[in-house]
Structures are given as structure tokens and as C-alpha cells.
Design a protein around this ligand. Structure first.
Ligand SMILES: [Zn+2]
Length: 151
């Protein structure tokens, strides 16, 4: 039995699952147009679990950590990953590009977020890679609810 993990490399067709796993703070990389061999090399080198929907890719006679996902529904996929998933800090990582978020002072976000958001929320974080600003708004709350159903 594999122990709980917080670092993954996922195949491109698991991109939606990847976003959800980043929501709970885990480090998930997804590369486009990359060979299987390269993905496995990265998995080994960076100690990531290779997550795949392909039975063939999960059965190679090579030394790498792997996890097979069967469902094509992201919430079911999350369920399938759960036995090995070690949640980290919520709301700590960019769900789009995986980078750790930095705190940003509210005053600096004034022209970057909608007015009604600015009036309502105190805490903001920024992704220094894509520039996206995050706050714990309705979208976040909805995602959290769905996640909690799964935890
Ligand atoms: Zn980002």
C-alpha cells in the first residue's frame, strides 16, 4: 500500500482533477505534449506520483510510483485518488499554474479585482506566475463544499 502523497504528475486528460488537487494545496504538474518517458523521469526525479487513466501506462515494468484512475468524472476521480492523497494547506497554491501563492495587501488589489469584491473581502493572495488574484469568494466556497463532501 502506498503511503499518502502530496506531489503528483498527471496526464493532460486529468487537468480538471489537477486543479482540484491544487485546491487542497498539493503540488500537481501537468505538461502538454510530453512523452511518457519524460513524465516518468520527472516522477522519479521529483518524487511525484504519476497519475494516469491508461492501464498500459500504469503497468510499465519500470520503477516509478503510479496511480491508475478509472473514472472520467473529476469528482469520482478525486474519490479514487483519496486513498493516497495527503491534503496540504487549503488556498495556498494557484489552481491554474501550481505556483505557491503569496499574500498581497488589500490596498494593492484595488484596481485588480471587481469593486464589489474589494468592498467585501479582506484577504487576498496573488500568483506571481500568472498574476491571478485569489480571494475566498463564492467560487471558492462552492469548491470547498464539493471538496468537503469528498473528505
Ligand atoms: Zn497562477
Amino acid at each position: 500500500m502506498m503511503k499518502k502523497q502530496s506531489k503528483f504528475i498527471m496526464e493532460e486528460n486529468l487537468n480538471r482533477l489537477a486543479k482540484w488537487v491544487r485546491m487542497i494545496g498539493c503540488d500537481v504538474v501537468v505538461y502538454k505534449n510530453i512523452s511518457l518517458q519524460k513524465m516518468i523521469n520527472i516522477a522519479r526525479k521529483e518524487k511525484r506520483v504519476f497519475v494516469t487513466r491508461s492501464k498500459k501506462n500504469s503497468n510499465l515494468k519500470l520503477n516509478y510510483k503510479r496511480w491508475l484512475i478509472r473514472s472520467d468524472n473529476y469528482l469520482k476521480q478525486l474519490e479514487e485518488l483519496k486513498p493516497i492523497l495527503q491534503p496540504q494547506q487549503l488556498f495556498s497554491r494557484c489552481i491554474k499554474c501550481n505556483r505557491k501563492l503569496n499574500d498581497i495587501h488589500k490596498s494593492k488589489t484595488k484596481n485588480l479585482v471587481p469593486d464589489k469584491v474589494y468592498r467585501k473581502y479582506k484577504e487576498y493572495k496573488i500568483c506571481r506566475r500568472c498574476g491571478k488574484i485569489f480571494w475566498k469568494g463564492t467560487h471558492y466556497q462552492k469548491m470547498l463544499k464539493k471538496l468537503k463532501k469528498n473528505y
